[in-house]
Ligand binder design. Structure first.
Ligand code: 2U9
Length: 394
């Protein structure tokens, strides 16, 4: 017969011992005592009233606290407290060693039953709580697809990079390849093979930063054209442009920088003439500054080209009528160029009696300044966002 709300004192003491992890020996002796005090056995499962009552109390208390567990953490704590090794049930199971075989069987079966019942209750409570927590999570994480998107500030390509890309595109469309190479070069490739021997006056104008007597920061990208010719081993045609950073010993001011970006080009084949140079550069000028552009060649001197010239564009500011920018001439200089010096061809393995070529060079900064109306070259290197942001939509 089950009695609710009444707990035999000894049994309570036993249970409390078990709950508070008392020693097994003490618990076992209490078990014996309990058995002696509870001689009456129920017909059906052989459990004494005291035991039944005590187990029922544990069950009821457990069920009540399970109903109060409202989240996964409380649920797990409950499992440890009620079903774990240190729980009342766990301690009772452990202490059963001190009982007679018959009592052990009876109590064991009863403990198993209650344990299974509590485990089942735990599982259904867990399912309930999981469903509740999932619903809460879904509610909390609900996405409102009608909200306006977050603004992601877009960066902008640097004006020098823009100019490089644009110029590369133009020359690629004319059949050129793009080649890049190291900024640290040897004296041999930077000067000697370009017809600038040690005692040449052009060395003064292209003084640079030396790492050792032989290694230096390149003063132009021309060493890469030389390397390209060597790699091609006399084969033609060669049509390359080489963009990259170059270095010179120079005072920085509004139009000069000790480091700037060059784009140089080289064409080598049989029968290449000055008219090819002019036609190519005129096509380039039209593509970059518009179809009404024209170029003008003026004689000049470079050690690596012969003849050499400076190339002018119709002034982008006044269209040729003369203004402050072109100093009233109607023209602005944008390029240096010339026919590749025969000695340079020969030194790189191209017989100058059979092959000819043209070459040109320009500064990307100068083009960017003309293109975007930038008055001081230093603005291109200062990374001032107020300046750079202007190119976001340019
Ligand atoms: C090889 C042979 C010849 C490249 C050339 C120039 C003329 C030139 C300047 C323009 C402005 C440099 O950036 S700048 O300061 N360049 O005037 N460059 S011809 O001639 C070469 C290159 C490589 C093998």
């Amino acid at each position: 017969m089950l009695r609710y709300g009444w707990v035999d004192e000894t049994t309570t003491a036993f249970t409390q011992m078990a709950r508070s992890n008392s020693s097994d020996r003490r618990v076992a002796s209490l078990c014996c005592e309990v058995r002696r005090l509870d001689e009456r056995r129920e017909e059906d499962d052989g459990l004494s009233d005291t035991w039944r009552h005590e187990l029922e109390a544990i069950r009821e208390q457990a069920m009540a606290s399970l109903a109060l567990a409202s989240d996964s953490k409380a649920l797990n704590d409950w499992r440890v407290e009620v079903l774990g090794k240190k729980s009342a049930l766990g301690q009772m199971s452990k202490a059963m060693g001190g009982l007679t075989p018959e009592d052990r069987r009876v109590l064991g079966e009863a403990l198993n039953r209650i344990r299974q019942e509590l485990e089942q209750a735990w599982r259904s409570r867990q399912a309930e709580i999981e469903a509740k927590e999932k619903a809460l999570r879904l509610e909390r994480e609900r996405i409102d697809v009608t909200l306006p998107g977050r603004h992601v500030p877009l960066g902008a390509m640097h004006p020098i990079s823009r100019v490089i890309e644009e110029i590369e595109d133009i020359f690629v469309s004319l059949g050129f390849s793009v080649v890049e190479g190291p900024e640290v070069e040897t004296d041999h490739y930077n000067f000697e093979l370009l017809n600038i021997p040690k005692d040449h006056p052009a060395r003064d104008m292209q003084d640079t930063f030396y790492l050792t007597d032989e290694w230096l920061l390149r003063t132009h990208t021309s060493p890469m054209q030389v390397r390209t010719m060597e790699r091609m081993r006399g084969r033609t045609p060669i049509r390359v442009i080489v963009p990259g950073r170059v270095y010179r010993r120079d005072e920085d001011d509004a139009t000069h920088s000790h480091q700037f970006t060059q784009i140089e080009g080289l064409v080598v084949d049989e029968g290449i003439r000055m008219s090819d140079l002019k036609g190519t550069l005129e096509a380039f000028a039209k593509a970059l500054f518009g179809p009404s552009q024209r170029v003008r060649l003026r004689p000049s001197y470079f050690p690596f080209t012969e003849p050499s010239c400076e190339v002018d564009l119709v002034c982008v500011s006044c269209g040729g009528s003369g203004c402050r920018m072109c100093k009233g001439t109607g023209w602005i200089e944008i390029l240096g160029a010339g026919m590749v010096h025969p000695r340079v061809l020969d030194m790189s393995g191209y017989d100058s009696a059979r092959y000819t070529g043209f070459a040109f060079g320009l500064g990307a900064e100068r083009i960017a300044m003309l293109r975007y109306g930038i008055s001081d070259i230093r603005m291109l290197y200062q990374n001032d966002l107020r300046f750079l942001r202007q190119f976001r939509h340019a």
